[in-house]
Design a protein around this ligand. Structure first.
Ligand SMILES: C[S@@+](CC[C@H](N)C(=O)[O-])C[C@H]1O[C@@H](n2cnc3c(N)ncnc32)[C@H](O)[C@@H]1O
Length: 493
């Protein structure tokens, strides 16, 4: 008989990519499952275990294995495994049979949709099958966007859960179903830690649980390497109704856990008390970042009177208004491709993007007066050294054009929809391009996308310091990373 791990390897080789993505079917490798099971504190009494989106049962298997080998002191375990894909039930059954020789285990496989079953049970629907309060939940949920008008979205909304992805829905439901002090361990993408879409989910878990532990895989494709999943993944342990205390952070390069490092951080370093967005930071060393250590960097954009927005021009929605090259009655349309460290080049005939947008009643509201702006790409490539890449838009490049269009792949800093003073725009770009900003940014943003909300919640130096940085930048035609870092250090020391 194949082991659970052998079955997983075989299945992940033989399952078509389309099916993997339809069901979000990326099965957990054995070592990761064992690590996840090891994160629960030892406990006794009766365990009600939830494995939602159980696949072939790799996670339950690791949990039960730990119990048999004395790592848990339960009298009994009652396990509910939800798996919607009934072709996996046979494997799931086999996994549980390995443990069923123990009369103390009762395992039930449920083939219904976990979101509907859980939402109905939580809402107390008369027809719903009852669900226990789970003392433990171990999850590797499916990852897939939930459409705004889908049945899943309505079911979740009916129990007060507003979220955009199946993975956060599964975790929120597991939290809702958990017993007081119930422990939830889940492996999920890091995307919930920041960004506006996951704000209600962050609120949901932060209001109901204490974060006890976060594990970060340092390399973004290592957790599910057999399935070529390119995500930064974390493993998180939450305690329902727990009093929030320090959080254990562990890191490892990959799922061999060979270089496991462990730190403990006060909660204030994970969710900053003055951050209304409640971003979840994952510091990987106890050392504070240069930004945290620098008392000179403590201004919000509101303090500085600066706004940051996503470029408002979504090109595929305005196709008819776009022109390859400028012509009478058009305004420059700026894409990240127009920008470089040496300044902007516009128009750029070989860009494969339109260079201009027609000025008319429909487009007027999206256009900004020509002026100095600081812009930051929303998507950097993985190869790029820095996540935050800032450039200055100089009005001289655009000649006599009165207005400019900013395309949606960039964020722009502006003064209430007008340009910024030149030195401020230049100073902001230098600050944003420093290693210090990059380092602090990586603590809360695990992907290559930079949202306006990310930039909004960061702390900045004073206007005076930014303007000094701008003056300095204007005096140098070529600026290296080291020069920027040194100058920033000098001005904020
Ligand atoms: C990422 S896989 C993980 C499987 C398993 N927990 C593991 O760690 O190996 C998620 C599983 O959830 C199942 N699934 C997807 N949507 C589901 C739903 N709405 N209800 C129950 N199971 C679901 C998929 O078929 C898939 O097997």
């Amino acid at each position: 008989m194949l082991s659970v791990e052998q079955t997983r390897v075989q299945l992940s080789k033989n399952t078509e990519a389309s099916k993997k993505s339809q069901f979000g079917q990326f099965l957990t490798p054995e070592k990761t499952a064992i690590f996840m099971a090891s994160l629960f504190p030892d406990a006794n009494g009766n365990c009600h275990l939830l494995d939602a989106g159980a696949g072939i049962g790799s996670l339950s298997d690791a949990f039960l294995e730990r119990w048999h080998s004395g790592g848990f002191h339960f009298q009994k375990v009652a396990l509910d495994a939800f798996e919607i894909d009934d072709t996996l039930h046979m494997h799931l059954q086999k996994t549980f049979e390995r443990h069923q020789c123990w009369a103390k285990l009762s395992a039930v496989i449920r083939g219904d949709d976990f979101i509907h079953a859980a939402a109905e049970a939580i809402s107390g629907s008369f027809f719903a099958a009852k669900m226990p309060q789970y003392t433990h939940a171990i999850l590797n949920p499916p990852y897939k966007k939930i459409n705004s008008n889908s049945a899943h979205r309505f079911a979740l909304r009916s129990v007060g859960i507003e979220t955009v992805n199946l993975y956060s829905a599964f975790v929120a439901l597991a939290v809702a179903l958990a017993a007081p002090r119930g422990q939830i361990v889940a492996i999920i993408p890091r995307s919930f830690c920041n960004g506006p879409y996951y704000r209600p989910f962050r609120d949901f878990i932060l209001e109901r649980t204490a974060i006890r532990h976060i594990h970060l895989f340092a390399s973004r494709n290592k957790a599910f390497k057999d399935d070529e999943v390119l995500q930064e993944n974390v493993i998180i342990r939450l305690e329902r109704g727990g009093q929030q205390g320090p959080v254990t952070i562990t890191t490892s390069t990959d799922d061999s856990f060979a270089d496991l490092a462990m730190y403990e951080h006060p909660f204030e370093r994970i969710v900053f008390p003055d951050n209304p967005e409640r971003f979840i930071h994952i510091p990987t060393t106890t050392a504070k970042t240069t930004i945290e250590l620098s008392p000179a960097v403590h201004y919000s954009l509101t303090d500085l009177g600066i706004k940051v927005s996503t470029g408002p021009i979504v090109d595929f929605r305005l196709k008819e208004q776009l022109r390859d090259m400028p012509e009478e009655g058009t305004a420059p349309l700026i894409y990240p491709g127009h920008m470089s460290n040496a300044g902007a080049i516009w128009p750029m005939p070989g860009l494969k993007k339109p260079n201009a947008i027609v000025c008319n009643d429909e487009t007027e509201k999206w256009l900004f007066p020509n002026g100095f702006y600081c812009v930051v790409r929303r998507f950097s490539s993985k190869e790029e050294k820095r996540r935050v890449v800032a450039n200055v838009v100089d009005p001289a490049i655009f000649g006599n054009h009165a207005v400019l269009g900013f395309e949606n792949h960039m964020n722009l800093f502006h003064n209430n929809r007008h340009g910024l003073p030149e030195l401020l725009a230049r100073g902001l770009a230098v600050f944003l391009n420093t290693t210090a900003v990059d380092e602090s940014f990586r603590r809360f943003n695990g992907h290559t996308q930079v949202n306006a909300t990310d930039l909004k919640q960061m702390k900045y130096p004073s206007l005076d310091v930014l303007i000094e940085l701008g003056k300095w930048a204007k005096q140098h035609s070529e600026i290296t990373q080291k020069m920027m870092d040194d100058q920033f250090g000098k001005l904020t020391a």
